[in-house]
Design a protein around this ligand. Structure first.
Ligand code: NDP
Ligand code: HSE
Length: 440
């Protein structure tokens, strides 16, 4: 790769993840180039259905139904393998490596089965095989294990690492929906594997657990040694009984280092419902990592789906671009963006922050007080989300009102609070705590 030209991507497969990757690469092109040091562009796409590729990319790049033409193309710098499976995909990845191309893949099945041979070939050829998207979708768990936690002796990793089965278990528990119906919905939403038996029988989670174990403990990938039990034998009755005992049932991938070896297993598990991981619902994934120095850390986010997975694929592409083209002594820019690409965006003063508020006021217990307060809030364009009025204590003459507002500008809240505190019926200062829902 030369350091002025864009990085040219050969994209194999433009289905759920390939489509998401194309969309996000295009939408965030400018920001991605500022981080990577140069543009990253899809120059060649292969898919069984070229029309699928055409519908998304128009005439922006070359399109073929022959993936081997892409891996052989001298103009392609990085091959992104998103067709899945481990027959053609294996051949394509090995061919790409032979041709001296870096590879980014989301294909955990391929790596869990043939990772040792693929990594050895890549090592010999001096190319990168990056696979963040292969484990836990959009959660950067590989980077966390390989880089962020690299000071630690990892003791164990346990996680919800299959979105489809977590979605099925959540929907069955919360809505009482039958298994087959929820599985169909997971397929419609693009979470499930091409063959969903891989999800429901635990194989997909075991592929991922195998990769996690290798990275956590520095062992070769050994999928054939994993214990695998899916959710197909789980009965709704047991989900209910577990609930009555204060537990949730989740399909976990678990790998633990012991004196005498490594546990590597996937199966349904009862987890106390007060644990954070027990409350991870839908297609979300969560991974707990226990390191000897840091203790237990938790990583949570979307484990499947087009753009969430694309997020991890593209992060790998940026890593590849940086590794191949930027200053080798300073691979990742200190501030994430290339030094000459930093923008001078202003940090906003707190008065311009946008947040919701919890407000507690002590007021005279008499008619009309609440109307005055709501009028002041409305005058500042602040709407009320919820309200609680405590019953006045006998003989006290005052009572507490607790208000939750919708999101507003801090300066409007300040103005409203000033006016409220000036009301004769309001006693003392208004207690305010900012409220963030932190939803998606
Ligand atoms: P899709 O089936 O949606 O997309 C795969 C695409 O590749 C399809 O368009 C398919 O065409 C095409 N394709 C398959 N084989 C060939 C071939 N030999 N030549 C040309 N085109 C081919 O799969 P996903 O996008 O869901 O998954 C892709 C990979 O990403 C898999 O390895 C999967 O495990 C992994 N992954 C998926 C996630 C998700 O949320 N979906 C999350 C994380 C990883 P056709 O449909 O006609 O066969
Ligand atoms: N089928 C997988 C899942 C896709 O449901 O988690 C993400 O790897």
């Amino acid at each position: 790769m030369n350091s002025i030209q864009p990085v040219n991507i050969g994209l194999l497969g433009i289905g759920t993840v390939g489509g998401g990757t194309y969309t996000v690469l295009t939408r965030n092109a400018e920001e991605i180039a500022r981080r990577a040091g140069r543009p990253i562009q899809v120059s060649f796409i292969a898919d069984r259905d070229p029309e699928r590729a055409r519908a998304l990319s128009g005439n922006a790049c070359r399109i073929t139904d022959d993936p081997f033409a892409v891996v052989a193309d001298p103009a392609v710098d990085v091959v992104v393998e998103l067709i899945g499976g481990y027959t053609t995909a294996r051949e394509l990845v090995m061919r790409a490596i032979e041709n001296g191309k870096h590879v980014v893949t989301a294909n955990k099945a391929l790596l869990a089965l043939y990772g040792n041979e693929i990594f050895a070939a890549a090592q010999q050829k001096g190319v990168i095989v990056a696979f963040e998207a292969a484990v836990a979708g959009g959660i950067p768990i590989i980077k966390a294990l390989r880089e962020g936690l690299s000071a630690n002796r990892i003791e164990w990793v346990a996680g919800i690492i299959n979105g489809t089965t977590n979605f099925i278990l959540s929907e069955m528990r919360e809505k009482g929906l039958p298994f087959a119906e929820v599985l169909k919905e997971a397929q419609r939403l693009g979470y499930a594997e091409a063959d969903p038996t891989f999800d429901i029988e635990g194989m997909d989670a075991a592929h991922k657990a195998t990769l996690i174990a290798a990275i956590a403990f520095g062992i070769p990938v050994q999928f054939d040694k994993a214990y695998v039990e899916g959710i197909t034998k789980l009965e709704a009755l047991d989900i209910q009984y577990a609930g009555q005992l204060g537990y949730r049932i989740k399909l976990l991938g678990i790998t633990r280092r012991r004196q005498d070896g490594v546990e590597l297993r996937v199966h349904p598990v009862l987890i106390p419902e007060k644990r954070l991981i027990a409350n991870v619902e839908g297609a979300m994934n969560a991974v707990l990592v226990k390191g000897d120095a840091v203790g237990v850390t938790l990583y949570h986010g979307k484990g499947a789906g087009a753009e969430a997975t694309a997020s991890a694929v593209i992060a790998d592409l940026i890593d590849v671009a940086r590794a191949a083209t930027t200053d080798p002594d300073n691979r990742v820019p200190h501030l994430a963006f290339q030094p000459d690409q930093l923008h001078d965006l202003a940090i906003l003063p707190i008065e311009d922050a946008e947040t919701a508020f919890y407000l507690r006021l002590t007021v005279d217990d008499k008619a009309g007080v609440l109307a005055d307060i709501t009028r002041i809030l409305a005058g500042e364009n602040i709407s009320i989300d919820a309200m609680l009025q405590k019953e006045a204590e006998e003989g006290k003459g005052t009572t507490d009102i607790i208000l939750l507002t919708h999101i507003c500008r801090e300066k409007h809240a300040n103005a409203a609070i000033g006016k409220i505190e000036a009301l004769p019926s309001v006693k003392g200062a208004v207690t305010r705590i900012r409220l963030e829902t932190l939803g998606g």
